[in-house]
Design a protein around this ligand. Structure first.
Ligand code: PEP
Ligand code: MG
Length: 330
């Protein structure tokens, strides 16, 4: 398609600078992809589906199931994902299964009676723990069917998935079994990632690595849980406690990358940290992260920064090699 400048999207894409570290973009609202499709990103590293659930569907999935309208849920969710996947094809879209907390699910029409009051929703029934619970498993299966529809019926094989708020290996095994029962299994062109948001995933990364294709660091939740700081607390944030650059958070990230790479698994990051702090981007690239997913307005600045960091690293290595060769030859 021709732009006002007479430059085609294809010509533009030929110019995309290739960095060893992939640059992905985060996205939540399917329609905004039209505005950003030509940005130089390598894929969508985090597609949140919560916006589709609230604005395109609006009803609680269990309510829809019980009123015989489950197909509506699958259809709308598939449409939202397909909108993005077709716009950027063949670049991958990593779709994150829903990660509402109980208080958020209760806001969906018909949802009150399915959502218990929790003292601490942030640490409660969210992420994978919902998918394997008898009261929600059927709803999770609808999300899986939507993914399957997009991949198999619409032919958009560039759709991968990601599991949020993973706590244990056994829950991942159970979710993978549910997905397999729906006909969705990991293979060479269908990757399943888990989010690293809870310190248990970092501590047992070697075990988790055996189950999935990759990790994506949710630095918002990881910071909250490594430091024990409520991410929504203005008081603590004002005192400087919520800080992704804290050495404990950085150490967790480094440990995860090392463990994942020992097992040939990839590591990405999709929290806010690299969109906000250039020094974190530098840290991530220096430690060999595979991809960095940032907000749309951070795509170009991050690509530029990563290119300059990689160049610096390459030149430094070349110097080291030259020195080593000289000492070998003398
Ligand atoms: C994160 O925790 O960093 C993340 C990307 O997920 P969310 O912000 O949706 O919890
Ligand atoms: Mg999170």
């Amino acid at each position: 398609e021709e732009k006002g400048t007479g430059v085609s999207a294809e010509a533009l894409r030929e110019l995309y600078p290739v960095t060893a570290t992939k640059i992905y973009m985060n996205l939540g609202e399917p329609d905004v992809i039209d505005k950003y499709v030509d940005l130089p990103f390598d894929g969508i590293g985090l597609m949140r589906i919560e916006f589709i659930l609230t604005d395109w569907i609006g009803y609680h999935p269990v309510y829809l199931l019980e009123t015989g309208k489950a197909d509506f849920f699958v259809q709308r969710l598939a449409e939202g994902i397909a909108k993005v996947a077709s716009a950027i094809y063949p670049r991958p879209v990593v779709v994150r299964f829903s990660d509402f907390k109980t208080n958020e699910y209760r806001g969906l029409r018909g949802g009150e009676k399915y959502e218990p009051e929790e003292r601490n929703p942030m640490l409660g029934w969210r992420g994978v723990s919902r998918y394997i619970h008898p009261a929600y498993e059927k709803a999770f299966r609808l999300e899986v069917r939507a993914i399957k529809k997009v991949r198999d019926e619409m032919g958009l094989k560039n759709v991968w998935v990601m599991l949020p708020f993973v706590r244990t290996t056994w829950e991942v095994e159970r979710v993978l079994n549910i997905m397999a029962e729906e006909g969705l299994e990991r293979n060479k062109d269908f990757k399943v990632w888990i989010m690293a948001e809870i310190p248990s995933v970092v501590l047992l990364a070697d075990e988790f690595a055996k189950l999935v294709d990759g990790f994506s660091i949710g630095s918002n939740d990881l910071t909250q849980l490594v430091l024990g700081v409520d991410r929504d607390s203005q008081l603590l944030a004002g005192m400087g406690y919520f800080d992704e650059r804290d050495p404990a958070v950085l150490k967790a990230i480094k440990m995860l990358i090392e463990a994942a790479h020992r097992h040939g698994r990839t590591v990405s990051i999709c929290g806010q940290a690299p969109s906000v702090y250039p020094e974190i981007v530098e840290f991530l690239v220096a430690n060999g992260i595979d991809s960095i997913s940032v907000n749309p307005d951070a795509v170009i600045p991050t690509r530029r920064l990563v290119a300059s960091i990689e160049k610096k690293i390459m030149l430094r290595r070349l110097e080291t090699i030259e020195k080593m060769l000289r000492s070998l030859n003398t």
